[in-house]
Design a protein around this ligand. Structure first.
Ligand code: PRP
Ligand code: MG
Length: 203
């Protein structure tokens, strides 16, 4: 039995659709249930940012999660395969008509992705004050909480509708199949066999 952590929402749906194609059976969570057992798999429905924790602590053997989350959490996990779903970008955004002031002593950045943000601006040798938020990031520059934001952009409509534009792209993200390192040794055959089946569908 393989336990698979999936992030609630679109990526879980797209992943289950891949499993349906492979195994020819229906994989669907009942209403509010968070565990689904079927066909030798146990699927766990978790928050996007929590997938790495479930896999790292081996509560799940494998998982599916965005590269943005993997880079933010920076845990010791195996990245097996880019599934090509859940595509988005992690971008620096600023208000229309404004530009980043590179001469300012410190740039105020609002984000929920503090690790990616810190790493990106220290590479550029720019001093930043990071303001950690948990959502509605696009609001911060509109009310003077920050100069810029670092956030996920998918369609671009949240930024657009709030008068923001992308000034820099930090990361192009898509969802990856990941594995716990011990599970990969203990259940090598099961995981490898699944890997080849998924690979045949997505590539
Ligand atoms: C995410 C993300 C952006 C938006 C990007 O927010 O933080 O705000 O979606 O998508 P778009 O480019 O298609 O508009 P989410 O809806 O998860 O809300 P939250 O940030 O408040 O958690
Ligand atoms: Mg948002």
């Amino acid at each position: 039995m393989l336990t698979v952590a999936l992030p609630k929402g679109r990526i879980a749906e797209d992943t289950l659709a891949i499993f349906e194609k492979i195994f020819g059976t229906e994989f669907r969570f009942d209403d509010r249930k968070l565990i689904l057992e079927a066909d030798g798999f146990r699927f766990l429905l978790v928050r996007n940012q929590d997938v790495p924790a479930y896999v790292l602590h081996q509560s799940a053997d494998i998982g599916v999660v965005g590269l943005d989350v993997l880079e933010e959490k920076d845990e010791d996990l195996l990245r097996l395969l880019d599934l090509g779903i859940g595509k988005c970008k992690v971008c620096v955004g600023i208000q229309e008509g404004k530009e980043i002031d590179y001469s300012a002593p410190e740039l105020k950045v609002a984000t929920k992705m503090t690790h990616i943000t810190q790493k990106y601006f220290s590479k550029k040798a720019m001093a930043v004050e990071i303001i950690k938020l948990y959502g509605s990031i696009e609001l911060a520059p509109l009310v003077g909480l920050s100069d810029v934001i670092v956030d996920v952009v998918e369609t671009g409509s949240t930024m657009k509708q709030n008068g923001l534009k992308v000034v820099e792209t930090i990361l192009e993200s898509s969802a990856y199949l990941i594995a716990n390192k011990n599970s990969f040794i203990e259940k090598k055959e099961e995981i490898t066999s699944l890997y080849y089946k998924i690979n045949a569908i997505v590539n």
